[in-house]
Design a protein around this ligand. Structure first.
Ligand code: NAP
Length: 308
């Protein structure tokens, strides 16, 4: 059986695409992956998704989206697509384990993963309890608190600047003695009195009872260790898009993000993309949802064009 549309990924991008596609009677199937729901499943309060003035828990927001998608006829399959053959764009083949699916079109919404420090168990324990990777999402929870940002690139500098709106003090913790960020960005950081840069330092341990209370820093030159008290630690050492299985199949940029022509079109006419696996810049639930909507509309137009 050849399907009309398969959607890979069940974060806000994939599920919004599913809502639109199901209402357009494309009978979409969403492959939820082995960690259904994406990054919102690891988020507690979401206060910036429009329509929820009192905030909403990330997992509840995802469940609501799933309910909305299935109500209109979306089928959810809790499996990962791990292999594809897109050599015939009119008959795309995808495998979940040994099971093969054929379809006329695909929306890829597999998201990205924030890089962690790989410190072991501590990171999971404190994730969402002071340890996070999104200043835009969580910054407002740290009003008049002390926070750290790890990284020396544009994201780290931008997050540090943003956090000074709320925090009383922001430590920018960088493993080298110069920033990677652009010069104008560096200038802004150096001029901000709330930001103190801790050069040549790596975070080597996270400490606290239930919530993060301090971190162990190790000097990357001398190997000396010290403790730094803080309430929040924001990782800004980059993201990795979940696109490895597409290497050599559609056009990716040098970091693995899917290259787009226009908003959601990939290098293949029947394959569309939405969310953080294409958008390294905004990386918000609402922008991913918006791109999911656009991808579904673009897929719908493509499928219509096959009929004439
Ligand atoms: P990035 O430029 O790759 O910077 C990552 C930073 O994290 C680097 O300073 C790196 O240190 C550090 N890092 C990496 N792995 C680490 C580890 N395991 N432990 C400690 N530190 C680690 O990534 P990004 O800042 O997310 O930016 C991604 C792209 O988006 C860049 O092209 C950037 O210019 C762009 N961007 C632009 C803007 C803007 O123009 N407004 C804003 C955000 C991002 P080293 O420097 O030592 O390698």
């Amino acid at each position: 059986m050849t399907h009309q549309l398969l959607i890979l990924g069940s974060g806000p991008a994939g599920l919004t695409a599913a809502i639109y596609a199901a209402r357009a009677e494309l009978a979409p199937i969403v492959f939820e992956g082995t960690h259904p729901g994406g990054q919102l499943m690891e988020t507690s309060d979401v206060e910036n998704f429009p329509g929820f003035p009192d905030g909403i828990l990330g997992p509840v927001l995802i469940q609501n989206m799933k309910n909305q998608a299935t109500k209109f006829g979306t089928q959810l399959i809790q499996k990962n697509i791990d292999k594809v053959d897109f050599s015939d764009p009119k008959n795309l083949k995808l495998w979940a384990g040994d099971e093969m699916y054929e379809t006329q079109s695909v929306i890829i919404a597999t998201g990205s993963k924030a890089r962690w420090l790989n410190l072991g168990k501590g990171e999971e324990k404190f994730w969402g309890k002071g340890y996070t990777a999104c200043a835009t999402c969580d910054g407002a929870f740290f009003r008049n608190k002390v926070v750290g940002v790890v990284g020396g690139g544009d994201s780290a500098c931008e997050e540090a600047m943003f956090l000074t709106k709320f925090a009383s003090k922001v430590y920018l913790i960088h493993r080298r003695d110069e920033l990677r960020a652009s010069k104008p960005m560096q200038k802004r950081v150096f001029a901000n009195e709330k930001i103190e840069i801790l050069w040549n330092k790596g975070v080597t341990d996270l400490k606290g009872d239930n919530v993060l209370a301090s971190v162990e820093l190790t000097d990357t030159q001398t190997k000396d260790t010290s403790d730094l008290e803080l309430n929040g630690l924001f990782m800004a050492i980059g993201h990795d898009p979940n696109t490895k299985f597409l290497d050599g199949v559609i056009a990716l940029d040098e970091k693995g993000y899917i290259q787009v022509e226009g908003n959601t079109k990939t290098s293949l006419p029947s394959v569309f993309v939405a969310g953080d696996c294409q958008d390294w810049h905004y990386q918000q639930a609402i922008t991913a949802a918006g791109l999911g909507c656009m991808a579904a509309l673009d897929a719908e137009h493509y499928l219509e064009s096959l009929k004439v």
